[in-house]
Each structure stands twice: as C-alpha cells, then as structure tokens.
Design a protein around this ligand. Sequence first.
Ligand SMILES: NC(=O)c1ccc[n+]([C@@H]2O[C@H](COP(=O)([O-])OP(=O)(O)OC[C@H]3O[C@@H](n4cnc5c(N)ncnc54)[C@H](OP(=O)(O)O)[C@@H]3O)[C@@H](O)[C@H]2O)c1
Length: 265
Amino acid sequence: MDLHLEGDSALVTASSSGLGKASARALAAEGANVVLNGRDEERLEAAVAEVREDAAAEARVVGHAADLTDAEAGESLVERTVEEFGGLDHLVTSAGGPPAKPFLETTDEEWYAAFDGLVMSVVRTVRAAEPHLRESDHGTVVTIASVSVKEAVDDLVLSNAVRAGVVGLEKTLSKELAPEIRANAVLPGTHETPRVEALVEQGVRAGAYDSYESGLADWAGEIPVGRIGDPMELGRTVAFLSSPQSAYISGTAIPIDGGESASNL
Ligand SMILES: NC(=O)c1ccc[n+]([C@@H]2O[C@H](COP(=O)([O-])OP(=O)(O)OC[C@H]3O[C@@H](n4cnc5c(N)ncnc54)[C@H](OP(=O)(O)O)[C@@H]3O)[C@@H](O)[C@H]2O)c1
C-alpha cells in the first residue's frame, strides 16, 4: 500500500531510540522528511544516520536535540521542522517513560515529573504545531502512549495513572482540531527496544533469568502471538495513521501488543 507520504514534513519527538526512532524510520522510508529528537547529541546523530540509511532517496532526515521537559522545547522543535522543510504535516509524540515503582514508593516530585514528561511535553508541542498542521491539508498527530491506559501494569503506577491524560488529550484534539487535523494514539505492549533490553538484562543480573534469551521468552509468555514486538511493527502503524490511507480514522487509541491486553475495548 502506498502511504502517499512522499515530500511530507514530519516531527517525531523522543526519537533517538526505540519506538520513536522506529516511527521516524517508517515515515522516512515512505518518503517523508523527518526531524528526530532526543537529549543526548551523540545518540541522536547515530539515530539520524541509521534512519537515513533506510530512508527513501528523496527523504531528508535531520536531528534537533532538546529536552522535552523544557517549556521551550516543543516550540523550538516545531520551528526547526518548519525552517528545514517549509511546513509541518505530521507530528508524532513520544516521551521518556517514567520510573517503574509501586505507589507507596512514589514521591510528589516523581508524579509532577511524570506529568511534565508525558503530558505537558505533548500539550506544548501540539500547541506549537497546530497552526502548521492546520495549514497542511492533511495534518495529523499520533501519540505513542502505552497499553497501561487500558489495563494497569504492575509496578507502573505513574504510567497507569498519568498516561490516561494523554489519551484524553488526544481524543479532545480529534474533536476540537477537526476536520483539518486528525489525532490518534498508539498503545504499545512490549517491544524489544533498548528500554526493554535494559529491563531484561537487569533481570538476568538479579538472577531472575538464566540468559537474555530466557528473559525475553519469559516476557513473551503471556502474549498470544508468542513473542514480544519488533519496534517497526509499531512504527509502521504510526506511518499508516499519519497517511491519507487512514483518512477516516481519528480519535482512536490502538493497542499494538500482540493481543496481550485482556480488555474487550
Ligand atoms: N518499549 C516498550 O515496550 C514500551 C511499552 C509501552 C510503553 N512504552 C513507552 O514508549 C516510550 C518510548 O519507549 P522506548 O522503549 O522506545 O524507550 P527508549 O528506547 O528508552 O527511547 C526513549 C527515547 O526518548 C528520548 N527521551 C527520553 N527523555 C527525553 C526528554 N526529556 N526529552 C527528549 N527526549 C527524551 C531518549 O533519548 P535521550 O535519552 O537521549 O533523551 C530516547 O530517544 C516511553 O514512554 C515508554 O515508557 C514503551
């Protein structure tokens, strides 16, 4: 299926690794010009080089380092994208995940930091992007959240509680910014990104698993399709939701989890 993204302009936040990077790769492979983002400049440069390798010949890929918890970051990212590519058609928001811990171990500071990182980073970037997305005749916002908005995940109270705000925001945007702009969310289950690799390796060091492979197999145990996800399986869905091929899809939150969540809806 041709996604008709050639020459479009896209910004993907928190995209120097993992699911954000996979989304940037999928967009650039379809011919979109993409701005990638992260805090660490070296990691960002490496991600830009990697995304360029897979990009369609005409696609341009650049990096812009910024910390999304800075109030100015969203605006500076949008400005850079418009400067580079002459407009903005597609915004994809990802963000660093909050620490995993049970409720009784969380502090007020961690709750505010989770809200700032997961919700306010999206609020500020969408606010800056909105006039440009409206100017495009096919503006889209796709937010990478988590299946934790459907089913609480053990020891992830900050994600379980705070990410629901992002999905509420996305649904509201799909109504308030329509018809010019569509807004959707994707809800990853477990994908083999550096964040997940680090958690499995932590389990190996703690003696919970004999090896990385047995740790991965354990993580896959509850997933109906029998394995954890490849980040590109999420990235390609993000590209589809950004494309005119999904023109009648707005206001949804789509789990990409190999069937793991038991929720009926
Ligand atoms: N992987 C999964 O299975 C899974 C499942 C459910 C939900 N999620 C959520 O999806 C998101 C991405 O996860 P991932 O596994 O792809 O993580 P990852 O591989 O660790 O990548 C996180 C990315 O975010 C960037 N980042 C973190 N904090 C940032 C900040 N303040 N400002 C700008 N960039 C920032 C990181 O770069 P720098 O560190 O250089 O800034 C990196 O590029 C997280 O919120 C995670 O909780 C992931």
